[in-house]
Design a protein around this ligand. Sequence first.
Ligand SMILES: [Mn+2]
Length: 254
Amino acid sequence: MNRTYVCADVHAHLDCFEEALKCLDETDRLFVIGDAVDKGPNRMEVLQKIMDDPRCEMLIGNHDLMMLQYLTVADYIENHDPETIPVDVIYLYNEIAYRWAELNDGLETLTAYRALAEDEQKRILEYLKSCPLKKNVTVNGKEFILVHAAIPAEAEDDLCDAEVLYLDLIQDPEKPYRYDYKTDWVWGRYSVQVSGKYVVTGHTMVQTFRTDHIKRMGDWFDIDCGLAARFDRSSLALFCLDDFSVQYFKPKVL
Ligand SMILES: [Mn+2]
């Protein structure tokens, strides 16, 4: 039916993601706006499902960006003579390993990733590198900005149709392994209102606003229904941009 759907923060919950996919026709499309990994029981499978389903397009979330930053730096270290590795790379490695693997539940994800065949690891890494952080879509004449968390203040004047990629976060071309993985695009927690456009984000659990349903505030929709927290009341919201309808899917396995 050529409908456009959005979901967010699947967080490795394959069962409810598959249930949501069943609601799509062949010609529908689904934007998964970040945080496919960490927290839930199926650490790599959700990401692989997104990659393999031509109806799906993925945006980067903070968990995916931490994974990408970790793998990029680990890859650099593996492929360089230890004598020549700059000390800031070692610091960055320690910093991201701590932030992702220790603080944000990345260790189990990393273990699942490393258990995959090398070709598959590479395919996943290249896929993540190709995913945007922000996407503009128009549905029935209505304009939407899709982003995992928020719109950084410095980007507010330039919300043209161009995608934002992790490559745009690199500040020093001499150090492509170092980029702003703490960017507000994926970490910001504040109201995002853009004149004349709707904004759809995940990242901040709607339970923060004392509801279990997607939360509309002005023209901003927060659709993260709390799978990361694995509450009894957590669910995956499938939000249809054509008519603003929502379907909710509860994970069988938290
Ligand atoms: Mn997030």
